[in-house]
Design a protein around this ligand. Structure first.
Ligand SMILES: C[S@@+](CC[C@H](N)C(=O)[O-])C[C@H]1O[C@@H](n2cnc3c(N)ncnc32)[C@H](O)[C@@H]1O
Length: 240
């Protein structure tokens, strides 16, 4: 699905425009919508990543660089954050400068579905809340597979819908009312928040998404639901 259904432009162009338009409010509203849990989930990614002892890390769909900043706590690691939205990257660059992390993290413009890196380059790739915005999901995952070293890991954090019926009921009640409401109160781009809510509901999760990841070449996928399944962390391995 696209954010602006009545426009003819490609999903990629619309996604770039949408994140450009909400870049300055993204961090604050992200915290509000997830009741602060997005911060915990990124910390979880850091904990999982640290055990893998990666030296070269690519954070795809880095946005305002929150995951890249978390990962900079891993000793001797170099991180590249990549995104199609220049305005999201601008916010991220300011945060990196303020935290004095310029020597550890560099942010670049780029498309997850057409990466400009050689094969087998990175020990670890992370993608937080990015894959459901890809125009061509499989192409994006295949590109991650290509630039990952053998035995490297891909860690994906994405929204998901809880499986338990009661939890699902309250989750849908909250997401269908609160997210568009928060968008209409705090943002000039209400369609963006409608899209974020709807795309979270429609995106495949759990085993369904793990199957898609495997079909892009990955050997194994661990599925780790967070907060009763409101989001999920997927850890995929490229064969040695
Ligand atoms: C919801 S934000 C997530 C940002 C960040 N990873 C986080 O955890 O907050 C999604 C990001 O994905 C980026 N994105 C979407 N499609 C992309 C693509 N094909 N290539 C690179 N970035 C993309 C958007 O520009 C946006 O910054």
């Amino acid at each position: 699905m696209k954010p602006y259904q009545n426009q003819n432009s490609s999903k990629k162009k619309q996604i770039e425009k949408m994140f450009d338009s909400i870049s300055f409010e993204y961090d604050k509203l992200n915290r509000l919508i997830s009741a602060g849990n997005d911060v915990k989930w990124r910390k979880k990614i850091y904990k999982i990543s640290k055990k893998l002892n990666p030296k070269t890390i690519l954070d795809i769909a880095t946005g305002t660089a929150d995951i890249a900043i978390e990962l900079s706590n891993i000793n001797n690691s170099k991180i590249i954050g990549l995104d199609i939205s220049e305005k999201m990257l601008e916010v991220g660059r300011k945060k990196i400068l303020n935290k004095n992390l310029n020597d550890k993290i560099s942010l670049i413009s780029g498309d997850a579905e057409n990466l400009s890196f050689d094969d087998n380059k990175f020990d670890l790739i992370t993608i937080g809340f990015g894959v459901r915005n890809f125009q061509n999901l499989k192409k994006g995952l295949e590109e991650s597979f290509r630039v990952l070293k053998p035995n490297g890991s891909l860690i994906i954090l994405e929204t998901s819908v809880p499986k338990n019926k009661l939890v699902k009921f309250f989750y849908l009640l909250f997401s269908r009312t609160a997210i568009p409401l928060i968008g209409s109160f705090f943002s000039k781009d209400q369609k963006a928040y409608k899209y974020l809510q709807k795309s979270a509901e429609e995106f495949p999760s759990g085993n369904d998404f793990a199957k898609i990841i495997k079909s892009c070449g990955f050997e194994s996928v661990n599925i780790c639901p967070q907060m009763l399944g409101a989001s999920t962390i997927y850890i995929a391995k490229k064969k040695l």
